[in-house]
Design a protein around this ligand. Structure first.
Ligand SMILES: Cc1cc2nc3c(=O)[nH]c(=O)nc-3n(C[C@H](O)[C@H](O)[C@H](O)COP(=O)(O)O)c2cc1C
Length: 180
């Protein structure tokens, strides 16, 4: 094997689909793109890597609420565009033609064009580690989507979309929650 720069190692650990995170700072809603996410357990617990350098931070840390909106592969240019500008000077719902829909439990909006939306409350912020720990309180899915492929960011400006799916549910039954 050849040496790989350690700074490239993270691109080998695929972090799961790119999400759009909506917040509401009390004045208006905002959206940011987040690649670095993780699932913490079967009980709708998640983590985001982000921090105070983003405009969304104020809304996220003050209201302690957000929505994880799940875009599909056909939304790639919106996903990148949302992550390349700031809500400090841009109304991203307006600029990208996205529809804010009222959530049930949080002030941040759902995104109507996304495949699914997860309403979340912030459980804990570990600012030293740029970590935001979330707990989902409600989830919504659009059953009529034609493109259901999720987007995955390698981290070097390239992306992949969901491809072949392997079904090993029978072999993993004992480890899966009932109903999955
Ligand atoms: C593909 C992509 C992935 C991104 N992933 C992250 C991430 O994981 N964490 C983060 O803090 N910022 C991430 N960003 C950057 C933010 O989305 C970006 O700074 C955004 O403009 C912040 O918006 P705001 O200032 O309105 O909050 C990503 C951007 C792109 C384009």
């Amino acid at each position: 094997m050849d040496p790989l720069p350690l700074s490239h190692a993270f691109t080998l650990i695929e972090p799961g689909p790119v999400v759009l995170v909506t917040t509401h700072d009390g004045t208006r809603p905002n959206i940011m793109t987040i690649t670095w996410t993780m699932v913490r357990g079967f009980d709708a617990t998640f983590a985001l890597t982000t921090g105070p350098w983003n405009h969304s931070w104020d809304g996220l840390s003050e209201t302690r609420e957000c929505v994880l909106a799940i875009p599909t592969a056909d939304m790639i240019d919106t996903v990148v565009g949302v992550g390349m500008c700031s809500g400090a000077d841009t109304d991203k719902f307006d600029r990208f033609g996205l529809t804010p829909l009222p959530a049930q439990h949080v002030g941040a909006p759902l995104i109507g064009e996304c495949l699914a939306n997860i309403e979340c409350r912030v459980e804990e912020i570990v600012e030293r580690l740029d970590l935001v720990l979330l707990r989902g309180v409600a989830a919504h899915i659009d059953p009529d989507r034609r493109d259901t492929r999720l987007l995955h960011a390698v981290g070097d400006g390239t992306f992949t979309a969901d491809g072949e799916r392997f079904d090993r549910r029978a072999a993993m039954r004992a480890k899966l929650p009932a109903g999955l």
